[in-house]
Design a protein around this ligand. Structure first.
Ligand code: HEM
Length: 346
């Protein structure tokens, strides 16, 4: 990361300072829903290509790297479904035996060497690939904030383009300052990130977008995923942040795994009538019922060669029978991710 890029992120308010107070909350009824009416139907104007280009304009174009969440590492483990999962889904990952899983933890932005300690490296990412016995897979791509800065894909592009036009030389109010001034949800996203965590594994992660689960007798439930560390969340103090190195997270997790496995509870947060299914900018209330889907165990660090990181693909639209996309942003993500994959494989 160049000094100019660091300065850009600091100046434009994307300095998600660890001093800011953590405001995230962790978070029913089984909903045989009418809420499909709630799902966003508005179509997106921005093409998947334009979305990837907008990510590049905000974070720079870096060969071999993902357009966003470029810095990361791959780990391995497994998933054991909980019997409760069957109450809302018949999808293969949740009704069978323990299956192998691949994980990738990451930092925000498309800058491959972003220091783990600076605000713009938050939220962290957690991508998960469930390997099914029939050689198919299911992917989930989540991050460490319960929500998103904007409600739609088009607004996300405007947000990214505003970042790109807000370098250190930009006059005030800069485009991103203007955007944040008129978009309170984005402002709250930027200012209420949690401090740097002790570990990638001492953070909760959220799927943010919504999925439609089909259960027995085709009963429909709209859900969002949550991943909660069994041993709880843990953050660095400001003093510890000062002493942490730029790559402290990858070093820490290698040591942690050597000492024993890491466990996550995987939940489905169940929507209720009135929740905005199609608006990832708005978290559903923490009072919504959580159904335990199973336990994810991480027990090994992968080789993490450049070739492996380039080859590993997670697409939030890679779904098994019985789970469907329930919001427009997911449809758009499904098409944008392969463009970035193709670029890094050139
Ligand atoms: C319109 C909205 C979005 C667009 C256009 C978008 C686009 C992308 C693209 C192009 C990539 C790179 C894929 C690759 O090269 O393999 C990516 C990766 C990623 N995105 Fe998104 N994204 C969006 C929303 C989200 C949301 C809502 C989340 C969090 C819930 C998220 C979390 C991540 C993470 C964690 C990765 C890294 C995945 C990995 O480790 O391979 N994105 N995104």
């Amino acid at each position: 990361m160049t000094t100019i890029q660091k300065e850009k992120f600091r100046k434009q308010g994307l300095h998600f300072s660890y001093k800011m107070k953590a405001t995230g909350t962790l978070a029913g009824v089984f909903l045989i829903l009418t809420a499909a009416t709630n799902a966003q139907t508005q179509s997106t104007q921005s093409s998947p290509r334009q979305m990837v280009d907008a990510l590049h304009s905000a974070f720079g174009k870096h060969p071999d790297a993902r357009a966003v969440h470029a810095k990361g590492l791959i780990l391995e483990g497994n998933f054991s479904p909980d019997p409760m999962a069957k109450s809302i889904t018949q999808a293969a990952p949740f009704i069978g035996k323990t299956i192998p899983v691949t994980f990738r933890f990451s930092d925000f932005t498309g800058i491959p060497d972003i220091p783990d300690t600076i605000g713009a490296s938050n939220p962290r990412g957690l991508a998960i690939k469930f390997h099914l016995p029939d050689n198919t897979s299911m992917d989930i791509v989540s991050h460490s904030f319960n929500g998103f800065p904007v409600s739609t894909t088009d607004e996300f592009r405007t947000f990214l383009l505003a970042i790109s036009k807000s370098g250190p030389q930009a006059a005030h109010p800069s485009p991103i300052e203007q955007f944040l001034g008129s978009h309170p949800i984005a402002k709250s996203f930027v200012t209420s990130q949690k401090p740097p965590s002790v570990s990638y594994a001492t953070l909760s992660y959220f799927g943010v977008n919504a999925f439609k689960f089909k259960g027995k007798n085709n009963a429909v439930t709209y859900i969002r995923y949550q991943f909660i560390p069994v041993n709880g969340e843990e953050f660095l103090s400001p003093e510890q942040v000062k002493n942490a190195g730029p790559d402290y997270l990858s070093k820490e997790i290698v040591k942690r795994i050597a000492d024993g496995p890491i466990a996550y509870k995987m939940y489905a947060q169940i929507s209720e009538a009135g929740d905005k299914i199609g608006d990832p900018g708005i978290a559903w209330p923490a009072s919504r019922k959580l159904v335990l889907l199973g336990i994810l165990t991480i027990n090994q660090v992968a080789d993490n060669t450049m070739a492996q990181d380039k080859a590993m693909i997670f697409n939030p639209g890679n779904l098994p029978v019985g789970i469907e996309i329930a919001d427009q942003m997911l449809k758009d993500r499904q098409q944008a991710y392969p463009i970035s994959v193709a670029e890094r494989r050139k």
